[in-house]
Design a protein around this ligand. Structure first.
Ligand code: AMP
Ligand code: MG
Length: 404
């Protein structure tokens, strides 16, 4: 059985980044940049005023200055400023030649009825004050964004500023979702004897969307070869196929055999972790298509944890993201926790910041079917079987979902 770290390594060496496409800036949000980009010009592209005020020459000079013109943003100054003169200037407007500082309008005496002069008494005229020089933020040819950056609003803004209209990105992965099980009802059906609702499909759709991918829900496959075959075939048209259930040792756990029959080659089956032991991972490779397949355990919390750790890693790798593995943060256990058995445990916990340290408290968790308790958790603490008895105050790695 693979360790959790071996499973991560196996996924990283199996999944390759998708082919690069070029999209318009309006389509680029949340996509992963597929090349390093440099600045095509200086920023700002001209010397500009950072204030509404008067552009003038720094240093001692007469109090009353002659106003040569008013420069608004988007226009080009016509005058040359010398000692004794100034230009009225607006924020974002180009600096006139000769001027090297801007005095804000609030700090001068200026009469709109006599706009030909301005009084700057008592003002310290410091060179470069409120002036942003051409290239001060970035010079042409400097690094702008690194390959693998997932494009967030600040990156989109930077691309727009530099007029980069066609962006090299990796495609958004499409992920088939197939729940399996004779016992499953849809979430809007009333419970009947022996049946439970299919909570995994809505959960996985939500996780897929959160990961920036597009879900393709394939409904519920019943535990028979015919139904599985048809739905697996449909699901394999996606970049990824995520199934739940049917990967353990039950008599109706038919998923691994049906995936093999469909040509999916097993990469690994079973991981030394709790929850999530039955996880199955494989790859379908045909001449013109690749599909990565995860057979997640049926138990909802196992399914969720396996997606959170492994499917997201595979998705990030496929998207060419620079940071691929889950981000583990160091947290401090509030209470002692015992680890039984020889598998790593991913324990649903609540977090709070106490004296600048993230303290973790395990939720009252009833195991891999206990969604209610998991819904109160803020993330997962990673506990190793090397410590059978964790002490209060001991630090451990944790995946943090969110807490507020
Ligand atoms: P299995 O791996 O198919 O034996 O399923 C393990 C456990 O998870 C069983 O108790 C199933 O009833 C439950 N289970 C399987 N699929 C789902 C699902 N889609 N939603 C909720 N529970 C499920
Ligand atoms: Mg089942």
């Amino acid at each position: 059985m693979l360790s959790v770290d071996q499973a991560f390594e196996s996924i990283l060496s199996t999944v390759t980044a998708a082919t690069v496409a070029r999209v318009s800036l309006s389509q680029a949000s949340d996509r992963c940049l597929a090349e390093d980009l440099t600045t095509p010009h200086d920023s700002p592209p001209f010397d500009k005023s950072m204030m509404d005020g008067f552009a003038l020459v720094a240093g001692p000079q007469s109090d009353t200055l002659q106003v040569l013109e008013t420069i608004t943003a988007g226009t080009v100054p016509q005058s040359v400023v010398r000692p004794g003169t100034a230009c009225r200037i607006m924020t974002g407007a180009p600096m006139p030649a000769g001027a090297d500082c801007v005095v804000p309008i609030e700090k001068v005496t200026f009469n709109e009825n006599d706009p030909t002069t301005v009084h700057v008494s008592g003002e310290q005229l410091l060179a470069e004050k409120h002036v942003l020089r051409k290239g001060a933020s970035a010079q042409v040819g400097e690094p702008l964004l690194a390959c693998g950056t997932r494009l967030a609003p600040q990156h989109i803004a930077a691309l727009a500023e530099f007029g980069i209209a066609e962006i090299p990105v990796r495609p958004i992965p499409k992920v088939g979702v197939l729940a399996t099980g004779d016992e499953l009802l849809t979430f809007d059906q009333p419970l009947t004897p022996g049946r439970i609702r299919n909570s995994n499909e809505p959960m996985l759709i939500s996780q897929i969307k959160q990961a920036g991918a597009v879900p393709d829900p394939l409904g519920i496959a019943r535990d028979n070869v015919g139904d599985l075959k048809t739905r697996i075939a449909a699901g394999l048209k996606n970049d990824f196929l995520v199934l739940t259930g049917g990967v353990s040792a039950g008599t109706l756990d038919l998923v691994p055999a049906e995936l093999a029959a469909a040509g999916v080659v097993e990469v690994f089956h079973k991981i030394a972790m709790k929850p999530g032991k039955p996880l199955w991972f494989g790859k379908l490779q045909t001449d013109d298509h690749t599909c990565y397949v995860f057979g997640l355990p049926g138990n909802p919390v196992s399914s969720m944890v396996c997606f959170d750790l492994f499917v997201t890693t595979a998705l990030r790798q496929f998207c060419g993201q620079s940071s691929v593995l889950p981000a583990f943060r160091t947290v401090q256990l509030a209470d002692p926790i015992a680890v039984r058995g020889d598998r790593e445990v991913f324990m649903p916990c609540q977090f709070e910041v106490v004296d600048g340290v993230i303290r973790a408290t395990a939720v009252r968790w009833g195991g891999s079917a206990d969604l209610r308790s998991t819904a109160t958790a803020h993330g997962l603490c990673r506990l190793s079987p090397e410590y059978s008895e964790y002490q209060a105050g001991q630090t451990v790695p944790a995946v943090i979902w969110s807490w507020s």
